[in-house]
Design a binder for this molecule. Sequence first.
Ligand code: ADP
Ligand code: MG
Length: 139
Amino acid sequence: MRTITQNEKETLDLGRNFAQKLKGGEVLALFGDLGAGKTTFAKGIATGLGISKTITSPTFNIMKVYPINNKAIKQLVHIDAYRLASSLDAEEIGLVELMADPSNIFIVEWPENIWDLLKERASIINFKFMDDSKREIRI
Ligand code: ADP
Ligand code: MG
């Protein structure tokens, strides 16, 4: 599916709607340049999963974990792999164990940096900057 969102709110809404399809155990690889809308989409997913806490970009912490009040889905794990040099770094922060848990939803920004760990499992979502307010999103 290819969508062009016209503003930030449309990307948030797209993420919120997308979240309704999640069952638990999904690994979502969000590809795209800085400012392409990855974190905005992740915020929409978090809202759709019923997380009221504000999602902020995990760039400086690499990983943030948000609890979810849902029968099947217990946690949203939001990773920004921008600062990870390799999959080895990701293994050190316990990512493999977290990813093996089917009650977690994984969202990974800059998935190319740890692609060996993700490639078997990931659903790819591509973000592209078109102009100041337009973004192309391919799910
Ligand atoms: P990334 O995580 O890919 O670096 P962000 O989601 O953090 O990107 O930032 C996207 C920026 O672009 C935000 O400042 C947002 O307000 C702006 N923006 C403008 N139009 C859109 C759009 N259609 N979708 C998402 N963000 C948009
Ligand atoms: Mg981001």
